[in-house]
Design a protein around this ligand. Structure first.
Ligand code: SAH
Length: 479
């Protein structure tokens, strides 16, 4: 028989509440770091903070000055409890802390002795503060480190502008209750308020726009318009997406992703979001660009919150221009969330400075695919003048790229770095010279995305982890 774990449905020994402290006093007794830590935590509230300390240490004294706290330069006495709701004993001395706690109890004021759980009437939580919204995490003293870890995770999930958004909601609550009937319509309104146009306007710091968005939402009876976010997924590793991208993924109704975006990143999305692959790996176009544009417009019209997830940065070789044009033409609201582009991930893997003092002070993002015709691409001259060149989609035409650069006069000895699957666990790094670059084209074993970086700055990279491009005689190399 499988026994229930002991902690299943365990009861809390400490019950969380939010205590009104505005206009009241919270007393902290102590001179040093523990007192300062509590003062800082309490400083996030509107409480009047009274520090009882005969000899405050320098940092505590400074904090008191900077935060307009009340300093009582006296030994502890019950008089200091006047108008207090809470007391923190942080003297560092057990007997003194115990005396303060018992004085407080006699006066009917709840007490906490720092780092002495047995003496505490209450515990302080780890706090995620988006005033007026607060998330308090408690472990009943079992693990402050655990509480901090949970705090950090929750912090990343909540938009920094959640506080002002909640304050805006409070201001509109009466109007919403007047205009919208209780039930589904009102719920839809608030959902759209907190995740739709009003939230986006507050996030952008556009207070007037937020007011307009709320009015429009009320007029529409709480029915939200669709919205498409063109989001950079980063180079592949799921912890290289931005916090904003992560938040949008968790709020999305639909995720439309490219083939290059790994499953692990797509999995960060809301569990019941619909996922649509737009394909587009070289050689297997599952949807044309026109079909993708139409799909985004259609989803936007249907009122969906869409995340259009693109590898790297959406504005770098991502055909975002066409998608934005289609959305603009259809009058659908959209936004762009930048991402870490492949060139940056590849440079990081190689420990390669993209700009190098005295060597390279400009950088070119290019592709091996626009070499049609006989004219030299204008970036070749930049390369000759010392720019670092990042070539996207440059494997199957590596010989062409190398040939053009050599013809333009770039030295065949110019350093070249190649990274397959940058940022991912199975990445592979290669180094060589411009003269070696054509070999890349025959490397049929490179099946992941490949980034090529060319220029004198590449010579500053770390070649410890890379293989020479020219060494093609290996069992695992299929030519
Ligand atoms: N918007 C993307 C680029 C899309 S074009 C960005 O900003 O990164 C696709 C090309 O990007 C691939 O052919 C390859 O050259 C490059 N690329 C994307 N992810 C990569 C990765 N993890 N490692 C190496 N190159 C990558």
């Amino acid at each position: 028989m499988v026994e229930k774990p002991e902690h299943a449905n365990a009861k809390l020994n400490a019950f969380p509440v939010f205590l009104r402290v505005e206009g009241r006093v919270v007393v902290v007794v102590g001179d040093g770091d523990e007192a300062l830590a509590k003062a800082r935590l309490l400083g996030q509230s509107a409480a009047t903070i009274r520090i009882v300390s005969v000899k405050p240490e320098a940092d505590l004294a400074r904090w008191v000055r900077d935060n307009d706290a009340e300093l009582v330069p006296a030994e502890w006495s019950t008089e200091h409890l006047a108008n207090a709701v809470l007391v923190f004993a942080a003297t560092g001395d057990e007997a003194r802390d115990a005396a303060i706690v018992s004085d407080a109890r006699r006066a009917g004021v709840a007490a906490n002795a720092v780092d002495r759980p047995a003496l505490c009437d209450f515990f302080t939580p780890a706090l995620v503060n988006r005033a007026p919204v607060a998330v308090a995490i408690g472990t009943e003293g079992a693990g402050p480190v655990l509480a901090q870890m949970i705090r950090a995770r929750i912090d990343t999930m909540l938009s920094p502008s959640l506080g002002p958004l909640a304050a805006l909601a409070a201001a509109w609550r009466d109007a919403a209750e007047r205009v919208l009937p209780r039930g589904a319509a009102r719920r839809a309104f608030w959902k759209a308020f907190f995740s739709g146009a009003p939230a986006r306007a507050v996030e952008a710091g556009d207070a007037a726009g937020a007011e307009r968005a709320v009015s429009a939402l009320l007029e529409a009876g709480g029915k939200a318009g669709g919205h498409v976010a063109l989001v950079g997924a980063g180079p592949g590793s799921e912890d290289l997406i931005t916090l904003r991208a992560h938040r949008l993924l968790m709020e999305a109704d639909v995720i439309v992703h490219d083939a290059l975006v790994p499953d692990a990143v797509i999995a960060l999305g809301r569990r019941d979001a619909e996922r649509i692959s737009a394909g587009k790996r070289k050689g297997c176009h599952s949807k044309t660009q026109k079909e993708i544009n139409d799909l985004l417009v259609e989803l936007g019209r249907a009122g969906k919150r869409v995340v259009r997830l693109k590898s790297g940065d959406p504005l770098v070789f991502g055909r975002a221009g066409e998608e934005m044009a289609a959305l603009r033409a259809a009058g659908i609201s959209y936004e762009i969330v930048p991402g870490v582009t492949a060139a940056f991930a590849a440079a990081a893997d190689f420990e390669l400075p993209l700009t190098l003092r005295g060597v390279s002070s400009s950088m070119v993002f290019t592709t091996g695919h626009d070499l049609k015709g006989k004219t030299l691409p204008d970036w070749a001259q930049l390369a000759i003048d010392g720019a670092t060149v990042a070539v996207y989609m440059g494997r199957s035409n590596a010989a062409d790229v190398a040939g053009r650069l050599a013809d333009a006069g770039l030295s065949p000895d110019t350093a070249v770095a190649v990274v397959e699957n940058a940022s991912l666990g199975h990445k592979r790094l290669f180094h060589g010279t411009l003269a070696d670059l054509p070999l890349l084209q025959d490397r049929n074993d490179l099946i992941g995305p490949v980034m090529t970086i060319i220029g004198d700055a590449v010579a500053g990279a770390n070649f410890d982890k890379s293989q020479p491009l020219a060494a093609r005689i290996g069992a695992d190399v299929v030519i």
